[in-house]
Design a protein around this ligand. Structure first.
Ligand SMILES: [Fe+2]
Ligand SMILES: [Fe+2]
Length: 161
């Protein structure tokens, strides 16, 4: 029963993390469209990061033309596709809103995602992955705490929001 409940909570947290603040601020847009925007943004952001690694590899293997193609395409994914979708989804709010959203995302990784990933990797003997998940989880704590401090400073500056 407890396991079922914690799974349900994790599932809700995961969905909230994926969709983020886009749910609350876009009551005019259909939920399916918001979900699709969230999925598309994750894909575009991943393509940006991946193509930059591919560009780095091509550069290191002496293929400058291919490196330029990957780098140029990466910029379109990030600065056109992702940016346009982020605008449609109202991804960016006030500084305080953005900090709260960032704290929520980091907290999800710290409390749910990385502990589960580390546990699952350890259980099947993928020790390098388990160790990496745990190490990254500790980095996320630094991010969360820095965001919390920034939010506190912002709130004491402005009273609220
Ligand atoms: Fe794209
Ligand atoms: Fe982080």
């Amino acid at each position: 029963m407890k396991a079922v409940l914690s799974f349900a909570l994790a599932a809700v947290a995961a969905i909230f993390f994926m969709v983020g603040r886009t749910t609350a601020q876009n009551s005019a847009m259909h939920q399916q469209t918001l979900d699709n925007l969230s999925t598309a943004m994750h894909g575009e952001a991943f393509a940006y990061a991946k193509y930059n690694l591919y560009a780095q590899h091509a550069r290191q293997s002496g293929n400058k033309k291919l490196a330029d193609l990957f780098a140029k395409t990466a910029r379109v994914e990030r600065f056109q596709h992702f940016a346009e979708e982020a605008q449609l989804a109202n991804l960016v709010g006030t500084d305080a809103d953005n900090l709260r959203d960032a704290i929520q995302g980091e907290s999800y990784e710290i409390n749910t995602m990385y502990p589960n990933f580390a546990k699952q990797a350890a259980a099947v003997g993928d020790k390098a992955a388990a160790d990496r998940f745990e190490e990254i989880r500790r980095d996320e704590m630094i991010h969360r705490d820095a965001y919390k401090a920034a939010l506190k400073a912002l709130e004491s500056q402005h009273g609220e929001n």
